[in-house]
Ligand binder design. Sequence first.
Ligand code: COA
Length: 458
Amino acid sequence: MLKAMLEPKSIAVIGASRTPGKIGYVVLRNIIGYGYSGRVYPINPHANEILGLKAYPSVLEVPGEVDVAVITIPAQEVPKAIEDCGRKGVKVAVVITSGFSEVGNVELEERIVKIAREYGVRILGPNIFGYAYTPRNINATFGPMEIEKGNIALISQSGALGIALMGWTIMNEIGLSALFSIGNMADIDVAELSELLIEDPHTRVIAIYLEGIKPGRGGEFVEKMSKVTREKPVVAVKAGRTSRGMRAVASHTGSLAGSDQLYEAAFKQAGIIRAYTVEEMFDIARAFAQQPLPRGENTVIITNGGGVGVLATDAAELTGVKLLDPSPQLIEAFKQTMPWFGSPKNPVDLTGQAVVDNYLKALKVAVESPEVDNIVILYCRTAVLDPRDLAKAIVEFYEENKVEKTTVTSFVGGQDAYDAMRYLNRHNIPSYSSPERAINAISKMIWYVKYREAKRKK
Ligand code: COA
């Protein structure tokens, strides 16, 4: 049933508007503009045509089947629209409209759920900005039209933040497979959506901005999410950690934030990786989306700067990343890649004199050595090596050699280091502005592999 959202043959917009700027106009414009190739039906009793498409007075008048209906009409008219959807055989109603339990209008929300259940319609929302599924060019939101394509599915309980993140992900080269706004979760909830994504071949990791789950649903949440994390990593930010934050949640989405310790325990039990900021959530999700899962724990740091090497070493110790103690043979091999005053142990310090060739030689040694499972590449701005040249060379090396070892990078410096990171991120090599962020991301990947192995053995 929910699968209809990922592969709808047709989408209706109930409340498609003729007026540019209105939500019902923007949703229709985004569906058409982002390139959805199925049938699109604007529903509006006052219009014959909207954005070049024939409009229908009611969803019941549409000649063909309607899989998904996006609803953008005022709250008091939604029950009738849901009933029409039920009679039409619509599978999922995406209710963008606000004015339900989040403002105390619980009865109206219960009414639409009751009608939907009578007919077997599922409801996403209400009080949401819509949803998107990029492999099928579906953007049924009133956010920006463009969405960067990729392998991260984002589920957001906050609408405005979700919309903001649509633009932010583009700016930060973060590609999305799907984007779901869940709002009041009157029917479809975060766990069910996560389950839906288990089978989705385009989603490698699920990122969640969560404010709270419905009271009494904790056990079910843990059970369902445990099933999901056995197959795919889930990274979540749980907002409303403090008592004032919890009060803010209550007046935002109407959900109960609950005690933070309870969420901490539930996440642990369900194998959900907890992030404490949205930035951290995407740091971790990016690594999972772009890199193969670690095949083991032994990690090597390759750097041209002692300082960043030490910071990374500390971060590794603190996050449980096992730094390899290289064998004498491996030390000897690394020695050949650097000036005589470099350090061939781990961190492998190529020194500030390092040029592209030193990095490539050291990388070759690391990639070919059976002792090394994961690689952390660090770069500190020096006068002898332009980070953009290094970024290009790394990408070429990884693509030519089809490198399968989990790799993260961090480039520290000014605009040119930033450009280099963007280039790496665009080419599936996760890059971060500090060594700690890179190490944190890989630490969560290593943790996840161990968690999953232990779970699967049970
Ligand atoms: N069936 C089909 N179309 C209908 C209709 C119905 N029963 N009732 C009205 N319409 C048409 C209207 O004629 C209008 O089209 P027009 O502009 O061409 O005349 C369009 O649908 C929208 O209806 P309108 O009454 O103008 O509503 P609106 O655009 O002012 O507000 C919402 C509708 C849903 C946007 C508003 O009620 C709302 O909930 N806003 C908040 C949304 C939000 O923020 N969600 C959470 C985000 S995180």
